[in-house]
Design a binder for this molecule. Structure first.
Ligand code: TYM
Length: 344
């Protein structure tokens, strides 16, 4: 990594987080955090709970409140260390909404029309979808650009949004002929770039899928995990010994991906352990692997949620540090755009 690496990423506090969020995002944040520690150059990590994104679809206030704190607890429980990374709530740093407005005036509607996540989420109800859901990629661009982010570790589904962020930053810099924004790179790594639904291997595992059996939450009990894996869709063939033979077996590929990713293995080396087995013998092993990885995380989340004073201290500290960086960017952007500075 180059000098002054700055890593930013976030998760929406909607419902409990899934193993998709963990393997596709948080687990990679933890490894980037430790790589940063061993790097002589300065690496700064910012991990945000993006509550302003959550309200792009209707939320119950009590559930939003709980999910916001639980998402923060999950970052910590999974190994994000507040001494090495700032953890903060998006709505605590007002510059996010301010920059989002400034950038929205420069975002062509044609770009937003191409965003697949809007099409998926709005579905047939396009006319009734809120403006926020449509404008969401601009808020995400503001999140990233506010911190002069160099690297954005995300799952595969967010790639298009990070690419739009790059386009917006380039277009702003070009329009004002200044290097106001750093151009961020998406970081999409590991075997679990896109974990699929346990009910349908062609659909992404999602916090908002109507079927609870489609996903495993990080707070699921061992019994729930065992039951969900037992019911997970599979096919009749035994497991092969190479990944190419899984190409047209999406459910089998997804389960072996979970098995590999939770053990930090490549899919090919995981297949060497289980090739030739059928699902009746593979599923209990997968269940064990998931339960042993998630049990300490679930217990740590409960500890942070039972006494929230430590959690709140960490979040306050995080937003203070984040605000410091954000204020500088927003002031620079406004000056570049020609806004008159307050005189105080
Ligand atoms: P969200 O909340 O949907 O998901 C959070 C992170 O989890 C990843 N992810 C997955 N990875 C693999 N398999 C899956 N099934 C899976 N489901 C989710 C996502 O790719 C993401 O990395 N727009 C973002 C949140 C956001 C953000 C940002 C991210 C807002 N501002 C700035 C990075 C930088 C979102 O809705 O993620």
């Amino acid at each position: 990594m180059t000098q002054q690496t700055r890593i930013f990423s976030g998760i929406q506090p909607t419902n409990n987080l899934t193993v998709g969020n963990y393997l596709g995002a948080i687990k990679n944040w933890v490894s980037l955090q430790s790589q940063g520690q061993s790097n002589e150059n300065q690496v700064e990590n910012l991990f945000c709970i993006v509550d302003l994104h959550a309200i792009t679809v209707p939320q119950d206030p009590t559930l939003l409140h709980k999910a916001t704190l639980e998402t923060a607890a999950t970052y910590l429980a999974s190994g994000i260390n507040p001494k090495q990374s700032s953890i903060f709530i998006q709505s605590h740093v007002r510059a996010h909404t301010e920059l989002a407005w400034l950038l929205s005036c420069m975002t062509p509607m044609g770009w937003l029309n191409r965003m697949t996540q809007f099409k998926d989420k709005a579905g047939k109800n396009r006319e009734k979808a809120g403006l926020g859901l449509y404008a969401y990629p601009t808020l995400m661009a503001a999140d990233i650009l506010l911190y002069q982010t160099t690297h954005v570790p995300v799952g595969d589904d967010q790639k298009q949004h990070v690419e739009m962020t790059r386009d917006l930053a380039q277009s702003f810099n070009h329009h004002y002929n200044e290097d106001t924004f750093t151009i961020p790179e998406p970081v999409i790594q590991g075997e679990a770039k896109r974990i699929m639904s346990l009910r349908d291997g062609t659909k992404k595992m999602s916090k908002s899928d109507p079927s609870g059996f489609s996903r495993i939450h990080l707070t699921d009990s061992p019994e729930d995990i065992a039951q969900k894996i037992k019911k997970a869709k599979t096919d009749l063939a035994p497991l092969p010994d190479s990944i190419v033979e899984l190409e047209d077996r999406p459910e089998a590929k997804n389960l072996i991906t979970l098995y590999a990713a939770f053990q930090n293995m490549t899919i090919d080396s995981a297949l060497k352990n289980v090739a030739g087995q059928n699902f009746a013998s593979f599923k209990p092993q997968l269940t064990e692997v998931i339960i042993s990885a998630l049990t300490p995380i679930r217990e740590n989340i409960a500890t942070y949620m039972n006494d929230q004073s430590e959690l709140m201290d960490i979040l306050n500290n995080g937003s203070e540090k984040a605000s410091h960086i954000a204020e500088k960017t927003i002031n620079d952007v406004k000056e570049t755009m020609g806004f008159v500075k307050e005189n105080n």
